[in-house]
Structures are given as C-alpha cells and as structure tokens.
Write a protein that binds this ligand. Structure first.
Ligand SMILES: [Fe+2]
Length: 298
C-alpha cells in the first residue's frame, strides 16, 4: 500500500510543510510553508545538480563566516539581491505627497552629534563645498518646528568616518539638526562621492561573476522625525552622480534625486565662509501623520 506521507519528487514541498507540528505559530507556519514551497519549486525549475547544491552551501557558509562585529555579509547579500530594498518598500509605502523612504544602510553606527543650524559638518577640509537647505512639513504643508534632521554622508573619497577612524576627524560629516519655527533646516557640507560596498568577500565574488559593479551613487542619508508624525529614513541623491541607474543595492528613487546647483557668487560664498563657486541643494521633507502609512498600505 502507498504511504501518503512519504517524500516524492511530486509531493516534496507538501510533505515538508506537513511535517510542521501543531505547536508551530501561525505566522511562522505561513512563512516557512511559503519558503519551502518556493525553494522546492526553484530546485525543480533549475534541476539543481549535486555539485551546484554544494557550491551554494559553500557560498552561504563563506557568507556567514565573513560576518563579524563590523561586517554583516548576509545583509550585504540581501542588499545586492534587492531583498533589503523590497522589504523596505513594502513596509514603508509612502503616501502620494510624502517623502519616500529608502534603505538605512550600514553606516549609521554612531549617534550624530548635535549641531547648530548652519554648522559645517565637513571637518576634513576636502571636497566641493555645498549648502544644503530644506523644510520639514506635514502632508498639508504645515511647517514642523523642532523636527530632528539626522544627516550622515561619505566624504569626497567615498568613505564614511567609521571606515577611516585613523584618517577622518571624529564624527566627520554627521550632524543632528533641529528645524526652526518655520520648519526650515540648513547646514554646510561637501558634495559626497559615489562609493563601493565592501566587495572583498563572497558578495564581491557574486558581483564579479555576474558582471556587476559594487558602487552606490553619491547620496546623503537623512532620518527626519517630528512628534506625532511617521519618521522617514531616506537618501538625497546627487543628480550628476555616476551609477544613479545601477545602484548596487537598488536604493534609488526618482523622487529623491536633486540637482546640486553651482553658485558662482563671491559675496554669497564669503557669507558662508565658502570659496566661490560652491554647490547648493534644496531638499524638502514631507512627513505623514502617525498611523497614515499603515492605513495607506493595508
Ligand atoms: Fe551611504
């Protein structure tokens, strides 16, 4: 007589899903059942060979072994396969008129220092000087006074301070600002440069084997928060940067790209203690009221 519970090629996923016991929580059951079903379908679709299975296991083993306190190769793998951005996207669908969210990235590892509006966060002297201005509002355009604007970016060589502790000044190119009574913020910095994600591990090999470069286009990171509103974690992208069309982690959103205008005006430059010409960018941030995004995405 045939035993229905035995493993077969046809019923493989079903048999594994049926093995989950009564104590399996409903959400865990949902996730694992779907994972097993898709995984088995994938193996059947590509007719995975013994050797290919072993290469896959070795790759995942090496990925795990590359992780340490300052490096998370599995997140990097998730990033370059677009999974991080997909999770971000489905969990933070922006309403039409609010600022889009994008990935946090791995370099918000330290708290940004409090800075006065107008402060210069570029402490190492290199790069093209740049004035950043913007306004934080609610969805109806209400200015949000006292909103926090947390900013961090790479330097002109494409490195964050935490990557070069012996080279860059402490907390270089980081700042935590509070908007004025009109919701406005402004600070001085430099135009960031594109940079490669760490590509000397298994993920780098994957990129190389699939003909991909490891670069992210130039951007500044922002986390903007105000009481009673959904905080937004986002980027401001430099419109003339290389790699805008091929961000290795798929984080670019059209609505977040801004022109960094060249200002050739010695008087205005002098007031900013800049050389002329300098660059300027304006980035308004619109937050949704608490709870609104959840309603919109359900
Ligand atoms: Fe970044």
């Amino acid at each position: 007589m045939s035993r229905r519970g035995l493993f077969s090629e046809e019923r493989s996923a079903e048999v594994v899903v049926d093995s989950f016991g009564d104590g399996t929580g409903p959400r865990l059951r949902e996730i694992l059942s779907s994972l097993v079903t898709h995984l088995h379908a994938f193996v059947k679709e590509v007719q995975l060979t013994d050797e290919e299975w072993r290469v896959g296991v070795d790759f995942l083993t090496a990925t795990g072994q590359s992780c340490n306190d300052v490096r998370q190769e599995f997140i990097l793998l998730s990033d370059v396969l677009g999974v991080s951005t997909l999770v971000e996207t489905i969990n933070h669908r922006a309403l039409d008129d609010t600022t889009e969210q994008t990935v946090l990235g791995p370099f918000h590892m330290v708290e940004s220092p409090d800075r006065e509006l107008g402060a210069n966060i570029a402490l190492d002297g290199g790069g093209e000087q740049c004035l950043v201005t913007g306004r934080v509002t609610g969805p109806e355009g209400t200015p949000l006074a006292g909103a926090t604007v947390d900013v961090w970016q790479a330097n002109a060589d494409g490195f964050y301070d935490v990557q070069q502790p012996a080279i860059q000044p402490h907390r270089n190119l980081r700042g935590l600002f509070r908007t004025d009574e009109d919701g406005r913020f402004w600070f001085r910095t430099i135009v960031p440069r594109f940079y490669p994600i760490p590509d000397d591990g298994p993920v780098g090999v994957l990129l190389e084997r699939t003909g991909r470069h490891p670069n992210r286009p130039a951007h500044m990171h922002f986390i903007v928060a105000a009481e009673g509103y959904q905080p937004v974690t986002t980027h401001l992208f430099v419109d003339d940067s290389a790699y805008l069309d091929s961000d290795v982690v798929f984080g670019v959103k059209e609505s977040l790209i801004r022109q960094f205008v060249v200002i050739d005006d010695p008087d205005r430059a002098a007031k900013l203690e800049f050389d002329s010409p300098y660059r300027a960018v304006h980035f308004d941030v619109t937050l949704s009221q608490e709870g609104e995004r959840m309603v919109a995405s359900s």
